[in-house]
Design a protein around this ligand. Structure first.
Ligand code: PEP
Ligand code: MG
Length: 538
């Protein structure tokens, strides 16, 4: 059979070949049941599969805990508890012994029954557990079939994924039926250098587990039955990316300076120790955006002081004497934990409704970052009063320590319009082009298939923000994905940004691009765009 290509949208670059691991296969009930005499044996198989899944989850939780990823370990452990739930076990028994279903279908079916009940509950926290119990059912069912239960080394295929899933599942590539290029799952994939294609449609869920596929994150394709040439090209791409990474590591100490001498500070975006290590090896001068909320997406309540320390400690310990920009929890949108389900607002607006929660995080940041060049970043700022409120709370937790710098994210049209007022009460500004682009152009961030930051309406606001920062005498950085976009980045440099904070896997490449730029030319062409009102296609 010849190649069959499914077309989607590129969300993270790179080409990989590998075996497919399908997470969200539509549930198919077998037409022929298990003969009554064989049902007790079939139930034993189901029970062993459930135990196998629980043991695997426990091992994964232990590894996550050892890597300092306590919140994720906690989430995984809830799956272990679910595997012991008497109601799940009773349903599996009934589906095998009474209905005669084979072990894999009984496990998936019982999990689906519980998931549907949970999804219909009023309590939003419990409703969100529906996906967890489905995930356990999938894993146990795969055990019963004797199939692979991890995506390690393969191409993960699913309907949609959360940001934590991408990091946990250690796949070499990700293909989604739905999803969006600016959703946080895509950001994590880019950060870890995992190729990803989104928007492939439901046909992708028909791919067989174990089937050889090529995922082309550059062209937005998933290719079934790939021919020898395509497989060879995928392997060559992997080798060349590895080589580029090696080169980035070799040049890690060469400054990121344009040919005409404009120095740009390149920092890494991170939410895990792995990303901080990768960014550092590629020459990052620290972290420009630590997305703290990604550690607490499954939180049942505002994180405690100890939980914050558990998340921050291992990361900030790696940033001794370097810039460590810790963003306050940016909950809301596709980063809404169960306890905030239904809450309106995002970022600082939500935090200011719970000042004790913010105080707790500030205390933990100040305590964990003593050895770093600590900066605190406020998400989704819309007014200077919000920045003043953070300063005031910060003052109350310092206890004699030196105050860290406080910066404001400019990622809403309101903030860009009030950039000068906000700059006057901030120590630095950080432009969040992901949200800014979506909000200015009224796109849907979680499903949008493009992020045209080079639209002149967005560029004008970025230009006004850099001027506001210059007027206030403070530095300005860009920490959205545009900072590592080959078309947008030179324009941002031309508009006068001082720092770029980019996905860990992109640090070396962005530093190399800067060394090839001419600042005066970037400035002229950026000014030209804004004056002419034209948009660059990115
Ligand atoms: C942004 O909006 O550009 C940004 C960096 O914040 P996040 O992607 O975490 O929303
Ligand atoms: Mg944002």
């Amino acid at each position: 059979m010849g190649e069959r290509a499914l077309r989607g949208v590129s969300a993270a670059p790179g080409v990989r070949s590998g075996r497919a691991f399908v997470l969200d296969r539509p549930l198919s009930r077998p037409l022929t049941g298990v003969a009554p005499a064989a049902r007790t044996g079939e139930l034993d198989r189901a029970t062993r599969a459930l135990q196998g899944a629980a043991t695997e989850l426990q091992d994964l939780a232990t590894r996550l805990r050892e890597a300092g990823r306590t919140p994720e370990a906690d989430i995984v452990e809830t799956g272990v508890l679910m595997a012991e739930d008497p109601s799940l076990i009773r349903r599996v028994e009934s589906l095998v012994l009474e209905s005669g279903l084979p072990a894999d279908a009984a496990l998936a079916g019982a999990a689906e029954e519980i998931a549907l009940e949970l999804a219909n509950l009023e309590d939003p926290t419990l409703a969100l557990r529906a996906d967890d119990v489905r995930s356990l059912g999938r894993r146990a069912s795969a055990h019963a079939r004797g199939g692979d239960t991890t995506a390690a080394g393969g191409v993960l295929i699913a309907r949609t994924l959360g940001p934590a899933d991408v990091a946990d599942l250690s796949a070499t590539g990700v293909a989604l039926a739905g999803g969006g290029v600016t959703a946080h799952a895509a950001i994590v994939a880019r950060s870890l250098g995992i190729p990803m294609v989104v928007g492939l449609g439901p046909d992708v869920l028909e791919v067989e587990d174990g089937e050889e596929v090529v995922l082309d994150g550059d062209s937005g394709l998933l290719v079934r039955s790939p021919d020898a040439n395509r497989m060879a090209a995928a392997r060559a791409d992997e080798v060349s990316r590895d080589t580029a990474r090696e080169a980035a590591r070799e040049h890690r100490l060469v400054p990121a300076e344009t040919r005409d001498g404009r120095r740009i500070v390149v920092l890494g975006n991170a939410a895990s120790v792995a990303e901080v290590i990768e960014a550092g090896q590629q020459g990052a001068e620290g972290v420009g955006l630590l997305r703290t909320e990604l550690g607490f997406l499954e939180a049942r309540d505002w994180p405690s002081y100890e939980q914050h320390i558990g998340f921050l400690g291992p990361i900030l310990d790696r940033l001794s004497h370097q810039t460590a920009t810790v963003r306050l929890l940016d909950f809301g949108g596709d980063k809404t934990p169960p306890f905030l389900k239904g809450a309106e607002g995002r970022g600082i607006e939500l935090l200011l409704e719970s000042p004790e929660a913010m105080r707790t995080q500030l205390r933990a940041i100040v305590a964990s970052g003593t050895d770093t060049r600590l900066r605190i970043l406020i998400p989704m700022v819309t007014s200077p009063d919000q920045v003043r409120a953070v300063h005031e709370l910060l003052g109350s937790v310092l206890g004699g320590r030196r105050a860290p710098q406080v910066g404001s994210m400019i990622e809403t049209p309101e903030a860009a319009q009030r950039a000068r007022e906000i700059a006057d009460v901030s120590d630095f500004l950080s432009i969040g082009t992901n949200d800014l682009t979506q909000l200015v152009l009224r796109l849907d961030r979680e499903h949008s298939k493009s992020a045209p930051v080079t639209d002149v309406r967005v560029l004008r606001l970025i230009g006004e923000t850099t001027q506001a920062a210059r007027g206030a005498g403070i530095p300005v950085d860009v920490c959205g994905e545009a900072a590592s976009d080959g078309v947008a980045m030179p324009i941002l440099v031309g508009l006068g940004v001082d720092e770029l904070s980019v996905a860990a896997a992109r640090v070396g490449e962005v530093r190399r691009w800067i060394r090839e730029l001419d600042f005066a030319a970037c400035r002229d062409s950026a000014e030209g765009f804004i004056r002419s009102g034209r948009s660059r296609s990115s």
